[in-house]
Design a protein around this ligand. Sequence first.
Ligand code: ZN
Length: 254
Amino acid sequence: MVLPLASGEFAPLAPSGRPAFWAVTGRLGGVSRGPFDQANLADHVGDSLAAVMENRASLAAVVDLSSEHLVHMAPVHGSSHAFVDSGGQAGEVDALITTSDTLGLVALGADCATVGIHAWGPESGVAIAAVHCGWKGLCADVLGATLAQLRSLGATKFQAVIGPAICGGCYKVEEERIHTVTESCAPDVARAALAFAGGIDVREGLFVALTVAGIPTQIAGGCTFENSEELFSYRRNNVTGRQGLVIRIGGASA
Ligand SMILES: [Zn+2]
């Protein structure tokens, strides 16, 4: 059973709204072996497919769904999204959006950040999004693009949760990347992401971007690189699994 590292319920954003339930997983609680030990959710990292499928079934159960109602994406570090109304693989995008209350949107990472968004608008009702975002995604503003898409659907109120990610102290990069972040991101986002000299902290950048947009945001889980017991880190282990964030419309017991 994939055990959530953290989970919570977003309260309805309006009297006519509905809650949304989210969970963030780490590496504990699944059936994967070796470097994917235990709760790897990715099918592209070399892990046994049977183990991944079993872990995904456990993840689905966490949000009271079956595996075929989970929606996955193949991130490409861009800013495009897929609007989905059925389960399965949504393709090469970095964000998923739905208004369906029978789907669980999944974002995976192993240093990259994951974001779950709960949105509501008077005309559109409730929508949710799951976002995958590393430093390239921060520069491509996948978060801003996803929020813009939710607003174009009619959403006016939001709340968000950010999953585990590598911190700026552990994610030292070459000068060119620092420069790209400075050039590409809004000044306050870049300042937050680059607060630790020589490193990029994507999660701090996302947190500031959400806060500046007036969106209440919580952070779940710590630095992936520092917590080898509970979290997968690509920078630490290279061959490793992926943890996940899942979000669905409905209460904790749906
Ligand atoms: Zn760290």
